[in-house]
Design a protein around this ligand. Structure first.
Ligand code: HEC
Length: 129
């Protein structure tokens, strides 16, 4: 009887633990997808007029961000483009917060088949200093 009770108890604890792990994962996922929704909206508002909604740009005028070496390279490289600007492309350092830049960078680095690890707002703040 004693061992039955403790087995049931352990089972209960195991169940609770796995439930809370599941809840945490779901929460992280929804935080992540919220950030990518924000990133997408920021892209459409700030970048798509030149780079187009599909990221492919306009041949000979605005470079494609799909299979771009800079976009695939690192979040820092893309951040520097946004902070400094380049050629016809304006600097966004006055227009976007570090968090906005992080969200839009993480969006372009993971849209249209791109795959890149995420950059956070703190790393962008450091580049702005
Ligand atoms: C006014 C048009 C314009 C807007 C708006 C614009 N860009 Fe650009 N972007 C350009 C042009 C032009 C270049 C190429 C500059 C050069 O190499 O001389 C470029 C280059 C880039 C590159 C480098 C691509 C490569 O492979 O060389 C990245 C990354 C980039 N832009 C991202 C963005 C993001 C993200 C946004 C929005 C926050 C944005 N751009 C908004 C015009 C624009």
């Amino acid at each position: 009887m004693q061992s039955f009770t403790s087995a049931a108890c352990l089972f209960g604890i195991g169940l609770l633990t796995s439930m809370s792990v599941t809840a945490t994962v779901t929460e992280n996922d929804s935080v992540r997808s919220e950030a990518s929704e924000r990133g997408r909206a920021l892209f459409l508002d700030n970048c798509a007029e030149c780079h187009q909604r599909n990221g492919r740009g306009l041949k000979g005028i605005y470079p494609s961000l799909v299979s771009s070496e800079i976009v695939r390279g690192s979040g820092t490289d893309v951040a520097l483009q946004l902070i400094i600007g380049r050629g016809e492309m304006p600097s966004f350092s006055g227009a976007m917060s570090p968090q906005d830049m992080a969200d839009v960078i993480n969006y372009v680095r993971n849209a249209w088949g791109n795959k890149g690890d995420a950059i956070d707002a703190i790393s962008i703040e450091r580049l702005l200093d």
